[in-house]
Design a protein around this ligand. Sequence first.
Ligand code: C5P
Length: 232
Amino acid sequence: MTSAKRIIVALDFASEAQAVSLVERLDPTRCRLKVGKELFTRCGPAFVEALQLRGFDVFLDLKFHDIPNTVAGACAAAADLGVWMVNLHISGGAGMIQAARTRLDAMSSRPLLIGVTLLTSLSREDLIAVGCPGEPGERVVQLAALGHAAGLDGVVCSPLEAAAVRAAQGPDFRLVTPGVRPAGTSLGDQVRVMTPRDALAAGADDLVIGRPITAAKDPLAALQAIEDSLVD
Ligand code: C5P
């Protein structure tokens, strides 16, 4: 198993200074970075550009969900920013995904377009309450199929659903999995987790890992230990 850039470090920080103090210690040849809604809303596109100037691939995790024209425009803006990966909610529908993909395909270079299946924070009861009865795992597989047919390069899913999505969508569909915890580390608020090695074995391509690295006393050592755990 290879560990080359399989890890995306989630920069879940409330300030640019906190994020930079970690980023300064990370190596862009060994990991990628995820910028989510909190950091992006505080620091904006300039911060993403600064990360890219340091050589990092950036996953812009803004989970777009709006009418097709708006999402297509937002994806085009992400492409202009030069990000490596961008995402949207598959529940926005096939038309929204197709519009985003069509707009990106018209650009000279484009980010990977990834769909969020189900938020792992939603319980079966939450899903019933918003009109989506059934098994969450089956719904993830169904949403991944819809997203793939509409033009996604891959999906975000729990590592526990990775094997089923991989089996249904084949080897060329990218699976991005949060909910990853090295053996012996704190779960935090994650409930259904897998170790990095098990997540890759289940079919994950990219491992989104936040606190096991960002909250470690020595983040570089934590990253190194995760990489070591992936190598045969
Ligand atoms: O700190 P931790 O490793 O739990 O961080 C996981 C990252 O993945 C966070 O940025 C979180 O928002 C994100 N995420 C998640 N579950 C999802 C989708 C995204 O944990 N279903």
